[in-house]
Structure formats: C-alpha cells, structure tokens
Design a protein around this ligand. Structure first.
Ligand code: AMP
Ligand code: MG
Length: 399
C-alpha cells in the first residue's frame, strides 16, 4: 500500500516546486487592489511630512500654561496654512492636521479651555511638552522600504502608497489557471438528470475559488472517465495555462484516470495525503504547467483547494506567504480524533466567540461548508477538551 504523505510535507513540496514567477507589469495605483507587488516600495517623503496637531485646540508653550490662567488668542491656524511664530504669553487657535507655530511645544485640546470672549480663553488644566502633536516622520521616513516585494495589496496598502505620492506600481502579471471536472455521472445545471446522475457542482465552485483569488481562469469543461480523452485534454490544456486543477478521478477506482494521464504526459510528484477529507489529492507537472488533482467529493475538493491549491496558486502568482494559514481559537466542545489521519473538521463560531463542531462532517455534504465559519485541524489521536486552543482556518481568510 502506498504511504500517505503528511499534510505539512505535502504543502511544503507544493510550495518548494515554485521556482519562478510570471513577469511584472506597471499599473496605475487605482488598478492595484489585490495585486502582488514585484518591487520593494520606498517612501518618497516623510509621513507625516511636518509636525501637526492631533486635535482641534490651542497651540501653547507648555511652561506658560497653568490651570485657571487666561490667554489672548494671537492667531488662527487652519489645516494647510502657514503659521507665524507664536507670540509669547498667548495661544494660537489651531485645527487638526495644521502645523503648530514656531515657539509652541504642545496643543491644548479645545475641551480643556473655556472661551470667555472673542479672542480670550481660560485654560482649565496644564499640558505637557509634545502633547497632542504628531511628529514628522512618525509613520514613515524618507527612503524607508515599507512594503517588500511579494506583498498582496489591501485597500489600506493602496492608501499608504497614495500617502507617499505613488502614482503607479510594478506588480506581477496574473497567472492563468484552468479547471476541469471529471465523471460520466455528471450533468450540467440546465440539463436533465437521468438515474444515478448528479449535477457538476465542483467545477463552478472551483472556478469561482480561482477567480476570487484575482487570477485568470479558463473553464475546460467536464471530462468523461476515459484515459485517451483525458490525456488529450490535459496535454492541450498544459500548453495554455500555468496550472491545471481537476476535480475527481484521482482515487483508486478503475474509473479514475487522472493519475495515469499525468504519469503518461509528465510527472506525478505527490499522491495521497494523510488528511481527512482530501486523501486522494494529487500534484504533478505537465510540461511547464503545474497539475493539481482534487478529490471528487465536494467537501474534499473545497478543503484541498483552500488548504493546498490556494497557497500554491498565490506563491505561483508571486506572493510571499505568511508563516501560517491558521490562527489559534478556543473550542467549546470535547473531541477525540481516534483516526490515524489528520482531520480538518468544519466548525461554527458561537455567540461567545468559541468554536463549535458542526454535526455533519461527511465529505459529500457541501452545505456544511456554506453553513460553517472555518475548519479546525486535529492531529491523529489528538484529544480536545472544551476551552482548549485549537488550530483554526477561518473561511474568511482561506475561502
Ligand atoms: P471520484 O473521486 O471521481 O470517484 O468522485 C467521488 C465522488 O464525488 C463521487 O460520488 C462523484 O460523483 C462526486 N463528484 C465527482 N466530481 C464531482 C463534481 N464535479 N461535482 C459534484 N460531485 C462530484
Ligand atoms: Mg469520478
């Protein structure tokens, strides 16, 4: 019997096989959301570019300020204006984001003064040096690298790039992933189901998983369970895309032809993972294209896509991956994995923020993915008690 490969080892093998990236292209910042940067990004200016007030209030010399003391207001400084030096013994009215006048060293919040006339206030409490002043370059310094190559840009990242005046970015070109489903029993939605047939749900699901990652996707249709047809289709696909994902036909039955087709055309590097669901997952190479074979059961297809294909496709797209895909979260249930396989179980998050085990864990029950919030990872023989910290893969970060 073929030895099962440990999940961590399988992921490592997949990621280690990525040895090059597609080329880069220059895009306007407005087109860069979700794209992966192909260069280190350096700040062109200090952020903030000048000391500025953090509040609406009054600029002062802190040593002159005492609770109960009355001051004249000698100038008014809105954001964007150019103040003159602060007259001794006076305050300057100042607004959030404006530059404090020369000579001042703090800002009194407007809530901490009482206005007693047109140009007069009484300060209600003393104030320390530097209080309520945002210092120049406290966020970014000129010349500082703030994003490393391989980062996938979020909306906050776009904001930070705009704040240093970036107009365009070098990003990696999008890779293209092709998706096949396989199986003589499958019909497409809209067609009539005969006895023993079912609708092809994996292909639309996996196509959308791919698309939601921001990469190009080609729908290669549904393959019959025939070796020659499979070989021909995979060969032609491998000339068109960077990675091929298939669903089904990678298990041990005589109707499962994908592994044989991959062996005939290229190399099968990995098959059968010590995980549940997802055991039949396969990985290989077809010419210059990568091959990822997902099991046919819909939950197994979804889980192996999320945990193995997704990180692989991201790395192939140029992304530097973080340390882990999971976070630690608290379980609200007892469980023992009596299996020798690593389990990925579907869980919900309850109103107290604890994880709860979903009752239906069968790998055919796709609705369990829809109605759950994530997966937990349970090692072989691991015993979980309510309150334990568990490896948790939140669907919002892997789905
Ligand atoms: P296989 O790995 O091809 O033996 O498929 C395992 C199970 O998943 C079978 O019950 C198939 O009918 C089902 N299956 C395979 N492919 C799909 C698909 N594209 N959509 C829905 N179910 C599928
Ligand atoms: Mg099949």
């Amino acid at each position: 019997m073929q030895r099962l490969i440990e999940f961590d080892q399988a992921l490592k093998t997949l990621l280690a096989s990525v040895d090059s990236h597609v080329g880069a292209t220059k895009l306007n910042l407005s087109e860069c959301l979700g794209r992966i940067i192909a260069e280190d990004v350096t700040s062109l200016i200090d952020i903030p570019g000048f000391d500025n007030s953090q509040v609406d209030g009054y600029a002062a010399r802190s040593r002159e300020v005492l609770a109960g003391k009355e001051f004249d207001i000698s100038q008014r400084i809105p954001a964007g204006s150019n103040p003159t030096s602060l007259e001794k013994g006076t305050l300057a009215r100042i607004f959030t984001g404006a530059e404090p006048p020369h000579g001042s060293d703090c800002i009194i919040m407007q809530e901490d003064v009482k206005v007693i006339g047109d140009q007069k206030v009484v300060v209600l409490k003393s104030v320390g040096v530097g209080e309520n002043i945002r210092k120049r370059a406290s966020d970014l310094k000129t010349g500082e690298i703030f994003f490393k190559k391989g980062r996938q840009l979020s909306s906050a990242d776009i904001g930070l790039c705009a704040s240093v005046g970036k107009v365009s970015m070098q990003v990696y070109k999008k890779i293209t992933v092709g998706v096949f489903s396989t199986g003589d029993e499958l019909k497409q939605p809209g067609e009539k189901l005969e006895r023993g047939q079912l609708f092809d749900s994996n292909r639309p699901m996996i196509i959308d998983c791919v698309k939601s990652m921001g990469v190009n996707c080609v729908d290669f249709g549904c393959l019959p369970d025939r070796l020659e047809t499979t070989v021909k289709a995979l060969k032609s696909a491998s000339e068109k895309v960077d990675a091929i994902v298939t669903c089904g036909g990678v298990s041990v039955g005589e109707e499962d032809h994908l592994k044989d087709a991959v062996k005939e055309l290229g190399e099968l590097k990995l098959w059968k993972i010590n995980m549940k669901p997802g055991k039949p997952f396969a990985f290989g190479k077809l010419g210059k294209s990568a091959y990822l074979g997902l099991p046919g059961n819909p939950v197994s297809a979804w889980v192996t896509f999320a945990l193995l294909c997704r990180p692989f496709i991201l790395k192939l797209s140029g992304k530097e991956l973080g340390n882990t895909l999971f976070t630690m979260a608290r379980g609200g249930f007892d469980y023992e994995n009596i299996n020798s396989r690593r389990e990925f179980l579907r869980v919900t998050i309850d109103s107290n923020g604890n994880l709860q085990l979903y009752e239906r864990q069968n790998s055919q029950i796709l609705s369990s993915i829809c109605f759950c919030d994530g997966l937990i990872e349970v090692a072989p023989k691991q015993i979980i008690k309510a309150g334990d910290s568990i490896k948790f893969y939140n669907f919002s970060s892997i789905g």
